[in-house]
Design a protein around this ligand. Structure first.
Ligand code: ADP
Length: 374
């Protein structure tokens, strides 16, 4: 086979069925290259340039005879033909084994940038050339890492209430004759069961929202209705904690999105404002329209315990609690703000926090107003 035919066959393996017609056409063409010649025919260059993946024709001297733009964007080749050592090593393995080899190489992105993970598959074409196809796996690896961490955290979080339930059941068994104690333990069991239910619901919610595919129901949502619904629903828990929750609606913008998800996000913010406020305190939910940027601005303002500057950076992480004891006392799961962040992101909005310990916190959500409204 000529060099061009080898390249065509290798690309065929990589690009799959869609590229096969092109590959077959290429294989039918006779290239003038013979063994030992490392010149890449013009037609082959065109095909390699058009690939979405990074493509590099590797020479025996560990340099690139050809590489496309994606390969340099991925950082596996330089314009002077220098190769990432990981790719060159992989090509040597492929030549030695006389077969296709693949692996991931880490590409450093300067001093400040995080490194990226690039998957490289090398096919030996001849004694002198090999074809390397490179794809960015960074996001996939990061997502896998997040999933692994999430699974570990979930099992840890579930163990706490389940452990408490089992201890409380034992306590009832040991005090079966003492009605007062049994009642007290039963009350605690109910509280732990509620906590467990909330935790499971929120785990399901966050897995759904983060699942990748869009969960947005795409309907026109009047935000004033969302505010009204949330403020009304919050009254019971607010009264129980002697906190007043009021709405201050000065505009009636609508957004495209999912009514239920927006209610859930705002509810989480209002619940937190109530839970992290002292008795007798006020919580205000405002809805306005930013005249400069023409976006809808929702704010949940409390005069509660506040959040330190270091913790403000972490509160949107899953299972992060600034004060685990207080969060436990209020039945918190550490997932509320993470759900808020993802719901807002799904609506292409932003959520920000301003807070000062002992003074209070303001959570601001900005959402794009639905076109017809603008
Ligand atoms: P939780 O279920 O623990 O409330 P969240 O994800 O909703 O979890 O919030 C994470 C942490 O952020 C809370 O544990 C709390 O420490 C802090 N936090 C959230 N909202 C407020 C607020 N309005 N005032 C003070 N601290 C807050």
């Amino acid at each position: 086979m000529t060099l061009e035919m080898w390249l065509a066959a290798a690309i065929g393996v990589v690009v799959g069925a869609a590229g096969m017609a092109l590959v077959v056409a290429l294989m039918k063409r006779r290239a003038s290259d013979e063994g030992g010649n490392t010149t890449i025919p013009h037609r082959t260059r065109e095909v390699l340039s058009a690939l979405q993946s990074g493509s590099i024709v590797v020479r025996r001297d560990r340099r690139a005879a050809f590489s496309n733009h994606t390969a340099s964007a991925l950082g596996v080749t330089r314009p002077d033909g220098a190769l990432h050592p990981g790719v060159a090593d992989l090509a040597e393995v492929a030549w030695a084994a006389e077969q296709v080899v693949e692996d991931e190489v880490e590409v450093s992105r300067g001093v400040l940038g995080a490194s990226s993970i690039v998957h490289v598959r090398v096919t030996p074409l001849s004694n002198d050339l090999a074809l390397a196809i490179a794809n960015d796996n960074t996001e996939m690896r990061a997502a896998e890492q997040t999933r692994r961490e999430f699974a570990v955290n979930v099992s840890h979080e579930l163990k706490t209430p389940v452990g408490a339930l089992s201890l409380l059941a034992e306590a009832i068994e040991g005090n079966a004759d003492d009605t007062e104690m049994v009642e007290d333990f039963a009350k605690k069991i109910r509280r732990e069961a509620r906590r467990l239910t909330k935790l499971i619901q929120e785990i399901i919610e966050i897995s759904r929202i983060q699942g990748g595919e869009s969960v947005i129901d795409h309907e026109v949502v009047p935000l004033a209705e969302v505010v009204e619904e949330v403020v009304e629903a919050a009254q019971v828990s607010a009264e129980a904690r002697d906190v007043t929750v009021v709405a201050d609606v000065s505009a009636s913008p609508t957004v495209m999105g999912d009514h239920d998800l927006l209610v859930m996000a705002l509810r989480n913010l209002v619940d937190n404002a109530i839970n992290y406020s002292d008795r007798g305190s006020h919580v205000t939910v405002t809805l306005a329209r930013d005249a400069d940027t023409d976006v809808a601005v929702l704010k949940v303002i409390d005069a509660g315990i506040g959040i330190s500057t270091e913790n403000q950076e972490r509160i949107f992480e899953r299972f992060f609690r600034a004060d685990p004891a207080r969060s436990r006392e209020t039945g918190g799961t550490g997932l509320g703000l993470s759900i808020v962040k993802h719901v807002v992101l799904q609506h292409s909005g932003v959520v920000e926090v301003w807070s000062k310990p002992t003074v209070g916190s303001t959570f601001t959500v900005r959402l794009t107003i639905h076109q017809e409204e603008q």
